[in-house]
Design a binder for this molecule. Structure first.
Ligand code: G6P
Ligand code: ZN
Length: 606
């Protein structure tokens, strides 16, 4: 019976207290799997890897074990106290009182294998003394929504079942991420510990309970262990209403002379777009493209960039372009912003949002506390920080590096060139937030315009921004699925170049200021992240950066990033590929990329 199961769960925690019931927890012997090391953003592999018996269960068990290790020293406390005290010891961030309502959140982007995975996670959670799980209906919750739910409900962490922007389906990718109590991705100290423990795991503890129906809202209780199925949108929408002036956006969207298209790419934001843009903000239903989340994203690659969001790009550069076009990725944390026949680079997007935030977004009405970007992201944001006299930080690639700065109140708005933009309203980047931010800026700029007046467009906003701050031309070249050996040699070659480089040396028309492999010391906890990307920085501020992607699942993906600052307004309308031609050629010749990889052309250019 259900009661017995719960007692058994308790028995496991309070060792020796209710010994008779442990049979309701199945102990399954298991063997370690190689390679359960998490990348930039969780554990990400082909679906068939995760489908191996116990592959996912091993990883979850290791994580849950880390959460409950302290149980032995706090014997006698309630089940979530013992579970989460250890958590506190690991993260050393919140006082024990903060854990008394301990809960974990579970959601995902709707991709293939999520349904099966959710049931595995639920049973292991129940089998290991975790007391409550909040699960998005049908297992759906965008990454930013998981972060929002963790924070709002003071949960102690959450699982996100997603491989983000990677394609889904039996032949493609699956992934799992763990975020902790502040709503941010687990730091490397934790993911390294998880990895270490995956190498010696020998037992999985599974509660012997039936599959839980996740299709309708409500609570299922197995005495102390409960599962609450929640609406994936409610908490998130409430937060967005707090951050933005919805009336301002509503007024813009109701104008007959303004049009908007949002491409959900058949991914998780399909579940958010209608309730937010249509039902709440009054946009037309036909403003949503690909709005139904599908397990294989409609055979698409749900990455909102110029290559993969082709349908939207074709519309926005065609005759029927809208005034604002936007897209979001598999799990809803990335975004792309387009104006009519105009692409806003993610690096410019965050800079423009930061420049307008205090005027058009109520959450920032007192001005942002600080700004930050990842190292390869262009310096456009630096210019804004300087002009507004705001604290500014440069962190390695990966959203998790922003979290500490936010937690101590040093950082409000940040972004990455990889189509990530967000703020301290949560601890993840946030695609829909970015779209609402742009809608707010456009609405604010046009709020006094009468019907018939020419509206200030996305392109006008960008050009005006460049005129004020200068333009940082930026481009990224990706070489996906390169053969790993060649990629390793390539990086070794670059490290050699760095070790020989001297400031003042000439590289074509550029003079080297310095070259290094980026290393970051977190100003809050002093943790060091080294080897985060090879940089060649020139005396005019131009940069060439090389790094290996941490998010691919096959072979190695090489990225290089080039950037050049242009203060001269007369040159701002140049095509970025033309403006950057000399730097791109320099990047290719210097790195001998073709020689090492056999690749003549990149797979994606942004
Ligand atoms: C994920 C992370 C981002 C990061 C990106 C880098 O999307 O959430 O914070 O910028 O990966 O990916 P890469 O493939 O360049 O390692
Ligand atoms: Zn994502």
């Amino acid at each position: 019976g259900e009661g017995e199961i719960v007692k058994a769960v308790m028995a496991f925690g309070l060792v020796g207290f209710l010994t008779g019931r442990v049979s309701q927890i199945k102990s399954i012997p298991t063997k370690p799997f190689e390679g359960q090391k998490t990348g930039t953003s969780g554990l990400r592999k082909k679906v068939r890897i995760f489908q191996q018996e116990n592959y996912l269960a091993n990883w979850i068990q290791v994580l849950v074990d880390l959460l409950r290790l302290v149980g032995d020293s706090t014997r006698g406390s309630s089940c979530f106290m013992f579970v989460f005290l250890q958590f506190q010891a690991l993260f050393n961030s919140l006082p024990p009182e903060a854990f008394k309502d301990g809960v974990l959140v579970l959601g995902g982007d709707g991709r293939y294998f999520n349904q099966e995975a959710a049931q595995i996670i639920i049973k292991i959670a129940a089998g290991n003394g975790i007391c409550k799980l909040l699960v998005g209906r049908d297992g759906l919750l965008s990454t930013p929504a998981v972060s929002a739910v963790i924070r709002k409900r003071k949960a102690n962490g959450g699982f996100i079942m997603s491989a983000s922007h990677n394609p889904g389906g039996p032949e493609y990718d699956w992934g799992i991420k763990f975020n902790y109590s502040s709503g941010q991705p687990a730091p490397e100290s934790i993911t390294d510990k998880i990895y270490g423990n995956t190498l010696s795991i020998s037992e999985i503890k599974l509660a012997d309970i039936p599959d839980v129906d996740l299709s309708s809202l409500g609570v299922t209780i197995y005495d102390g262990f409960s599962i609450e199925v929640i609406d994936p949108v409610t908490d998130y929408l409430e937060l967005m209403e707090h951050v933005f002036d919805f009336q301002l956006i509503k007024d813009l969207l109701s104008r007959p002379d303004f049009s908007f298209i949002f491409d959900a790419m058949h991914a998780v934001t399909g579940g958010y777009a209608k309730p937010i843009f249509v039902d709440r903000l009054g946009a037309n239903m036909d403003c949503i493209l690909n709005g139904v989340p599908l397990e294989d994203f409609g055979h698409g690659h749900p990455d909102p960039n110029l290559t993969y969001a082709k349908e939207l790009v074709d519309i926005m550069f065609g005759e029927n372009a809208a005034d604002l076009g936007a897209a979001s990725d598999g799990d809803g944390d990335r975004n792309m912003i387009l104006g009519r026949h105009f692409f806003i680079t993610p690096s410019d997007s965050v800079a423009i949002i930061a420049a307008y935030a205090h005027k058009s977004i109520p959450y920032f009405q007192n001005g942002p506390k600080g700004l930050a970007r990842s190292m390869p992201t262009s310096g456009a944001l630096d210019q804004v920080a300087e002009k507004l006299n705001l604290p500014f930080y440069e962190v390695p690639t990966g959203w998790k590096f922003f979290g500490n700065l936010m937690d101590v109140g040093k950082l409000s708005i940040c972004g990455e060139e990889s189509f990530g933009t967000g703020s301290d309203h949560i601890r993840e980047k946030d695609g829909i937030w970015a779209v609402l931010a742009w809608l707010s800026i456009i609405a604010f700029q046009n709020k006094d315009k009468k019907i018939g007046d020419k509206l200030i467009s996305v392109a006008d906003i960008a050009r005006d921004h460049w005129a004020t701050y200068g333009r940082n031309f930026f481009s990224r070249y990706d070489y996906e699925e390169c053969e790993s050996h060649g990629a390793t040699k390539f990086i070794e070659h670059l490290r050699d170049l760095v070790s020989q480089a001297k400031s003042g040396q000439n590289y074509g028309n550029y003079t080297l200021q310095f070259a290094d492999d980026f290393s970051y010391t977190d100003p809050v906890d002093d943790s060091v992240a080294s080897k985060q990307g090879i940089r060649f920085v020139f005396t005019d501020g131009s940069r060439i950066i090389f790094r290996l992607s941490g998010t691919g699942s096959v072979g190695a993906t090489i990225r290089f990033y080039v950037e050049q600052y242009e203060p001269d307004v007369a040159k701002h309308d140049m095509d970025a590929q033309i403006a950057l031609k000399a730097l791109i050629e320099l990047a290719l010749s210097l790195s001998k990329l073709e020689e090492f990889t056999g690749r003549e052309k990149p797979t994606v250019i942004t």
